[in-house]
Design a protein around this ligand. Structure first.
Ligand code: HMH
Length: 209
């Protein structure tokens, strides 16, 4: 029997929790997050999403045509997300043409490396990256203003439905994957979880990690 996305979460419950629960999110929920912490996250996440969009385009290249609709919708969502980030940055007078912090750069390099991986590995990582964000923001919802807008973007039922579509596609790809590919998908999922925890910590410590 092939591994499934739900099994990956169950097998790595502790790493999953560490990726979706962080004092950064708790600070957004209660309003105690410092502006510098939030702004570090905002700018670095924009830089992340730029590379994530390139990753999404590469996943589409590797995908079977039956998976195009979901991935094309994902790319459209990313187009809106990038422009929304720019609006958020302008409202806060933040520059987006800044260097990546190490945690962000590491995450971007990981996504670049995934280009060499077989489709089941890419599909699992792509689902994992969106799933973990959906759960992270949802678990810390509702948030106080102005963070509620951010919590709604990734924690909404609509985003949850998109993640479900990605899960089904990843499960389908894993269903016919070799055992080596399944092991690679599991390793990629674990790397996503570790990178997510570091990303929150980077913002929380204001870009010093
Ligand atoms: C760090 N992980 C990170 N940022 C995001 N925007 C997502 C996942 C979801 O797109």
């Amino acid at each position: 029997m092939a591994v499934t996305c739900d099994q990956l979460i169950a097998r790595h419950a502790m790493a999953w929790e560490e990726a979706i629960q962080h004092p950064f999110l708790e600070g957004c929920r209660t309003g105690t997050i410092a502006h510098g912490q939030f702004e570090t996250w905002l700018v670095q996440d924009y830089l992340f999403v730029v590379e994530f969009t390139r990753f999404a385009a590469r996943v589409l290249t590797a995908a079977p045509v039956a998976h195009f609709d979901v991935l094309l919708n994902g790319l459209t969502t990313l187009r809106d997300e990038l422009s929304w980030f720019r609006t958020q940055a302008i409202a806060r007078s933040l520059r987006l043409d800044v260097p990546r912090q190490e945690s962000c750069a590491q995450y971007c390099r990981f996504m670049e490396r995934l280009a060499q991986a077989p489709y089941p590995v890419q599909a699992t990582a792509f689902w994992g990256i969106e799933a973990v964000y959906n759960h992270a923001w949802r678990c810390a919802s509702p948030m106080v203003a102005p963070y509620d807008e951010f919590a709604r973007r990734w924690g909404s039922a609509e985003f949850g439905a998109y993640v479900e579509h990605l899960r089904r596609q990843a499960d389908e790809a894993l269903g016919t994957a070799t055992s080596l590919e399944q092991a690679q998908a599991e390793a990629a999922f674990l790397e996503v979880l570790a990178l997510e925890a570091h990303f929150w910590q980077m913002a929380f410590s204001r870009g010093n990690s």
